[in-house]
Design a protein around this ligand. Structure first.
Ligand SMILES: NC(=O)c1ccc[n+]([C@@H]2O[C@H](COP(=O)([O-])OP(=O)(O)OC[C@H]3O[C@@H](n4cnc5c(N)ncnc54)[C@H](OP(=O)(O)O)[C@@H]3O)[C@@H](O)[C@H]2O)c1
Length: 283
């Protein structure tokens, strides 16, 4: 296989940073992006092509960055929409601005980067779009509604994109990690609003303490997830000779929780079948 050219958002830490090393190890080319270029200086020293890209920038600014990447590399084969952050707090404790900012990055930023690359993929009738979703794209946990909402939104819009573009030869992959040891829960990256509202305060404080305690103790190994994603995109290793799914939960916790939700949903459908199917017009 000819070396692929990958573009990744949010390469300063976590999965994004890990992707760069593992892609290089497979002999492919990487365009690493970050909103603060100084954070990926060390990648430049490895010979990686680096570009400044804040996914909340305007569509025209993101289009211009992608045009520069294409001028330098000639093509992009794989886009990894990885950049995002988590906002923790109850509905009432997150401000309207907190909610907007969560969706601006996790949803609208991802839309803008993908829209900037889609014309290139359509023109070449090839291209793979990987979206890093989450277990929170399946389950809304207390104090995690804004993040879950952004990931549920991602699940829906990416499912639609897949349906719109599969006939053009484009591939779409939704990856749903459980809890992985990255900087997602670090104080610099996570936005956390502890509640002073008596009805929530105790639970909120316990949740914040839990998250601080979980940081850097999450069970998931980012390097293992990244290797699987590379296999899925390159159709080798664990993906050799088997149809690559559109959506894949990764992590024991994610597998267990998603299975439980699917089983509970199937049980509800069966128990309520007669009611659920009773609402059509008579004629
Ligand atoms: N780790 C987990 O347990 C887990 C579970 C499910 C899903 N995920 C998803 O995995 C993806 C990567 O997160 P991670 O776990 O690797 O966490 P991370 O270590 O915090 O990495 C997040 C990356 O996103 C970047 N970023 C945030 N806002 C950005 C913006 N506006 N423009 C460009 N880059 C931006 C950050 O850059 P800065 O350094 O500039 O802030 C950082 O490089 C996210 O989509 C996250 O939702 C993670």
């Amino acid at each position: 296989m000819a070396p692929l050219v990958w573009l990744i958002t949010g390469c300063s830490s976590g999965f994004g940073n890990q992707f760069v090393y593992n892609i290089l190890a497979r002999g492919d080319k990487v365009v690493a992006t970050a909103r603060d270029l100084s954070k990926i200086q060390q990648l430049k020293q490895l010979g990686v092509s680096t570009f400044q890209l804040d996914i909340t920038d305007s569509q025209s600014s993101i289009n211009a960055t992608i045009a520069k990447v294409l001028a330098e590399h000639g093509r992009i084969d794989v886009l990894i929409n990885n950049a995002a952050y988590i906002a923790i707090g109850t509905w009432e404790d997150l401000s309207y601005e907190d909610w907007l900012a969560q969706f601006d990055t996790n949803v609208f930023g991802t839309i803008k980067v993908t829209k900037a690359i889609l014309p290139h993929f359509r023109e070449r009738k090839t291209g793979t779009m990987v979206f890093i979703s989450s277990l929170s794209g399946w389950i809304g946990h207390a104090g995690c509604s804004a993040y879950a909402g952004s990931k549920f939104a991602l699940e829906g819009i990416v499912e639609g994109l897949h349906a719109e573009t599969a006939h053009l030869g484009l591939k779409t992959l939704l990856i749903e990690p459980g809890r992985f040891r990255t900087k997602l829960l670090s104080s610099g990256n996570m936005i956390a609003r502890t509640s002073d509202i008596p009805d929530y305060a105790e639970k909120s404080r316990a949740q914040m303490e839990g998250l601080v305690g979980e940081d850097q103790k999450q069970p998931g190994d980012p390097a293992k997830l990244v290797e699987i994603v590379l296999d899925l995109v390159r159709e080798e290793g664990v993906a050799q000779g088997i149809e690559v799914p559109f959506r894949l939960p990764l992590g024991f916790d994610c597998y267990t929780d998603v299975k439980e939700k699917c089983e509970a949903t199937l049980a509800t459908l069966e128990t309520w079948r007669n009611v659920a199917t009773s609402t059509d017009m008579e004629t």
